[in-house]
Write a protein that binds this ligand. Structure first.
Ligand SMILES: C[S@@+](CC[C@H](N)C(=O)[O-])C[C@H]1O[C@@H](n2cnc3c(N)ncnc32)[C@H](O)[C@@H]1O
Length: 312
């Protein structure tokens, strides 16, 4: 842990500053203490995200070039523009975007509730300006108005209260700072119904049973033609990289919570939290058929993606 972040941390109970005593962060007011284990402050309470800990520690998904272009599309920012800025990666998972920000000279704090923090801390270890912390976005133990930039890519829809997670992150951005959020898009009613029915089953399966199914779906995801049509019925990944396909499938079918949203809903959250200059960011893929399917909310796993500036 880089001690420069100490003044940004807050006690999850009292919301007052913490003091470092060796490998403990203590709150003199609440009388609570939180361990720093493997250099990672552990400020989280109960977690419901075990599948993510498994997934991100098992699969190596950081891909420099792809991560850089995905980051630009999903945040509206070039990674090199982050140099010297204080950046919050809200729900960093295995740390691919924290790593990218750190490589480009950002002072980045990656926050995640799950054991994925182990992987994130390991890949960010060469960059002392990066710190990873295990904490809950629903009770974010961070100072208000602290970050120049915050982004949250594919995270809040995995919490039981995405709106609250949004509010918690939104108020950690400085006035004049930039926030970008990517959430799953709401699909057509039949797609939503089938997905809920499938996930009602898959989220009850133990990982040792679900994983082989995700591998099998990884096989279907490589079949030309089928891999772009069948996945409009039930979701599976058609990413060209095998590891990413299997990981994406597990990422879809394992997590306890998964909600889908509309662009108007996400924009309204930005407005309610005092953000201006909103931009609806377009998807990465394009093409006549894709654009048509996307506009008709038929692309399962696609996003709604908005960036904005916090009013001064
Ligand atoms: C699909 S992953 C995305 C990770 C990363 N943003 C990326 O794109 O590689 C979602 C992450 O959100 C985290 N998460 C879910 N609910 C959370 C919460 N309340 N607080 C912090 N992290 C949370 C999960 O642990 C998981 O690592």
């Amino acid at each position: 842990m880089n001690d420069a972040w100490l003044s940004t941390f807050r006690c999850p109970k009292s919301h007052l500053p913490l003091v470092r005593e060796g490998d403990l962060l203590t709150c003199p007011h609440a009388g609570t203490s939180y361990p720093i284990v493997n250099g990672i402050p552990r400020l989280a309470g109960e977690t419901y995200v075990a599948s993510f800990g498994r997934q991100w520690n098992r699969y190596d998904v950081a891909r420099d070039e792809e991560d850089e272009s995905v980051f630009q599309v999903k945040t509206g920012l070039a990674a090199e523009s982050l140099r010297g800025l204080k950046v919050l990666d809200a729900g960093c998972g295995g740390g691919r975007y924290s790593l990218l920000a750190a490589k480009h000279g950002a002072h980045v704090l990656g926050v995640d509730l799950s054991d994925a923090v182990e992987k994130a801390a390991a890949i960010c270890a060469p960059y002392p300006e990066a710190t990873i912390v295990q904490a809950d976005l629903l009770n974010l133990p961070l100072e208000d108005d602290a970050f120049d930039v915050a982004f949250s890519i594919g995270v809040m829809h995995h919490s039981p209260d995405p709106r609250r997670a949004f509010a918690e992150v939104a108020r950690r951005v400085k006035p004049g700072g930039h926030l970008a959020v990517w959430l799953y898009r709401k699909n057509t009613a039949p797609q939503e119904w089938l997905n809920s029915a499938l996930r009602a089953l898959t989220t009850r399966l133990p990982a040792r049973v679900l994983e082989p199914l995700c591998v099998a779906m990884g096989g279907v995801g490589s079949l030309p033609g089928l891999n772009r049509t069948l996945n409009k019925v039930a979701n599976f990944s058609n990413h060209p990289d095998w590891t990413l396909r299997v990981c994406d499938n597990f990422d879809w079918y394992a997590p306890k919570y998964q909600s889908h949203h509309t662009i108007d809903e996400l924009k309204s959250w930005f407005v309610e939290e005092g953000y201006i200059d909103l931009v609806a960011l377009p998807p990465m893929r394009t093409g006549r058929v894709y654009d048509w399917a996307y506009d008709h909310n038929l692309v399962i796993g696609s996003g709604v993606n908005v960036a904005g500036t916090r009013r001064r």
